[in-house]
Structures are given as structure tokens and as C-alpha cells.
Design a protein around this ligand. Sequence first.
Ligand SMILES: [Zn+2]
Length: 496
Amino acid sequence: MKTETLEDVLFPGLHLTVRQVVAVDDDLIIDAAGCGPPGRCPQCERPATRVHSRYWRRIAGSPVGRHTMIVRLSVRRFFCDQRQCRRRTFAEQAEGLTEPRRRCSAALRSALKAVAVELGGRPGQRLCAKLRLHGRRTALLEQLTAPAVPDRAPRILGIDEFAFRRGRTYGTVLVDIETSRPVDVLPDRETSTVAAWLSEQPGAEIVCRDRLMAFTKASARQSPTHWRWQIAGTSSRTSRQPWRRSVADIVTACDSPRHREVNELVATGMSLSAIGRRLRLDRKTVRRYRNKDLDDLFASAQDRGHGVLDPYIDHVQHRFKAGCTSSMQIYRELLALGYTGGYHVVNRYVMTTRKGIAVPARTAPPPSPRTITSWIMRPQGTLSPSDAAQLEAARNACPEIVSVCDLAREFTDMLRHRRGHQLRSWIQKAELSGPDAIGVFADSIRQDLKAVTAGLTLPYSSGIVEGHVNRIKTIKRQMYGRASFTLLRARILLQP
Ligand SMILES: [Zn+2]
């Protein structure tokens, strides 16, 4: 057993003598003095030999029991007697307690910093008051200084965007994939900004990114030919998202009464949120139903006219009767025949023609596109018997789901087992036999083929970046949208 002194408890490892402890209201005032060997001159680093004077410093410390600790520290000022040194005197620092010009102890400062990083200014201030930490809001915010951006980009760099507020403005977060730490935060998601960053901080060999066009351009602009490009192929969100979108589009197309309902309410001037509440739909889903593309999708060909397609109608009808119902496939054939219109015109016409294909009447409410998507994306054999049966029913109800389902499973298989070499043949199959949405997706992959192949072959994933984007969401919620970009950036980069 070792007897602990008051000094050992309050200032472990420091050369301080406690002279007096006085409680004044909530404050515990501790008079202490430095008693160690003379300090070293900060300029020449030689030890001092003479004391110049003493003065008092007031340092706020960590709380003790129900008290706020204040250290009244008698500090020595020393002469520096080295002739060649420009410094005449210097004050001693109690390492671990005081820092030049700071009025908080090092321990209190690290506590304030932890609170500030986790909670930000105002909520942090409230917590500090409860914990008796002397942290005014400004003192808290002072702790939030973003660390310097490294000179070189990490070898494996993750890039993703995040929404600042309600999806109206976006920023970009850059993450070191190997250490999982954020490296920088950019105030927008412009190609030029990302490209400038990549040229100012060279050194990235592999970039894990979302398949956003802006970043695609930025990386292409900056990439020396030997760069291996990587998409976020193996991450859950980004790999599923295109599928979710594709599948959702197909299933909603089979679900027209809901579409009509939404648009009738839209016509009355009701807000999207109100419609969502009335129909028990997510606001985003309501927006998708209101979407102009869907209007197009359901509009009859007679209503809209399709002049640019007129010369090719015979061909389309002929191919359709021969069993080719893929708008993408037909669109490609028409291009070869000299057609100059857009894909959507062909798609609209094919959809109208296809309307005759019956979708069996449903008695129970159909599962949502999101649910069907999650069934499709899960590895086979992990579905519960009832989910498997419902998926089977969905497959029977909609021939396109069968095709989507099989293509999606092949694709996830490529992801799981890193068979990038199979991508080219998968794309061909998707374009030839897949539903249009998958065809469009496959076509977009073809335009980014190298990166996607790399993404399906290399072991890196942008799952880590995604984790950071989620953390950013939490930080933003705490800041109630009031935070400046500088503050938000500092909190993102000061990862605990
Ligand atoms: Zn000196």
C-alpha cells in the first residue's frame, strides 16, 4: 500500500506543491506552486539557473466532486543566461497542466474538445454546465479547429458526396480508406473542386467513388494512364442503389392506380408531405409518383404524338411481335437504322404497346418495390419461406421481375466473388434480354467500364466512406442546420 499525497491525486506526475485548498461557493480554489527543477528556455532549450520573478496564473481545471476546480498557480519566470540566445526571460510551464496563454488545464481542454466534437457549440455548452466543465460556447468552438490537410492524398482515397441541407446543396467528403479517417471536406461537389483537390494533393493510386458523373469526370481529368479506377462496387448502398432504382421503376410501372391517386391529389395543390400522410407513403415515394418521367411512362402515345418515331413504327411493331419487348434493344436497332430521337420516345411507345400485357389482379396489397428489391438482393437461401413465396408470386405476376431478379443475382454474385472479368458478358446479356431499366444501367456501366471492372476485381470498397457520410448526417442533425461550413468541416475531420 502506498500513501498518496494531495499532489499525487490532483496533479499526478507534476512538480507542484499544494499550499492551500479553499472552497468558495461552488469553486474549489487550489493554491499551488511549481517546485521542480528550473525549466528549459523555449528558444535555446538550455536549462535556466536563476529565477527572475514569480507571478500568479489562474487555470480552470477538471471538476472535483461537486466543485469546479480553479488552480491559482504561482509560476516562476527564469532568466535565460545564454549569451547567444535572444530570449532574456521565460515562464515555466507545468507540463500536462498549463500551456502558454491558455486558461484551461490540458485535461479540461481535452474534455472540452471531446464534448465539442461530439455535440458542437450549444448542446455542448449545456452538457458542460451540467458537468461543471468551464466551457463557454466560444471556448468550446475554439477547440474545433480542423487539422491541416496532408500534402499528399492517401494511396487509396474514398470520395462521396453528402447533402448539407435537405438535399439542396452538397459537399464532398474525402476519406483515407486504409486508415478509415476523413482527410478533407469540400464545400461543394463540383468536378472542378474535386479535380483541383486531386491535383493539389497528388498521390492517390486508387479512388473509391460513387458512380456520380461529376466525380467520374474529375478522376478522368486527373488520372495518369496507369491509375486503376475503382467504383464503389462492393459497398452495400452504392451497389444496390442502381438496382433499387431500376427495380423500383419497373414495379411502380405495374402499379398505376397509386400513381393516379398521387397525381389527383397533386392537382388539388396538396403538398407532398400531406399527400404522403394521406396515402401513408414516404415523401420521396410521393415525389417519384409525381415525377414527370412516370407521367411520360403512362401517357398514351396518341396524347403525346411521336413524330420522330413515325417512320420506324413498322419496325418497332414487327420486332415487338417477334418477341423483342426491350425498349433498349429496339432503341439500339433504330439508331442503326438512322433514328435521331431520344431513348425515352422509344420507351414510351414500347410501354404503351406493352400495356396490353395483363398484370394479374391482386387481392392482398402488393409488397412495396423496396421490399421486393430487398428480397432480390439477399443471397438465395437466406429468405424466410413466406418471403420466398411472396417473391415467387411477384415473379409470376410480372415477367420483368424474373429477368431483373436473375440479372441482379448474377451481378451480386460478381460482386461477392470479385469476378470483374465476367462484367462484359453480363452487360451484353442485360442489354439484350434485360428490362429497359437494367439496359439503361448496363449501358451506363459500359461508359465507365474500366472503373467498374476494377471495382468488381479489387478488394477495396467505399463502405468506409459511407460510414463517414452517415456520421456527417448525425453531426448535421445535432447542429440543426445552423452550422457554418467551417465548423461542420472541423467536426467531421476531428474524428474522435
Ligand atoms: Zn535561451
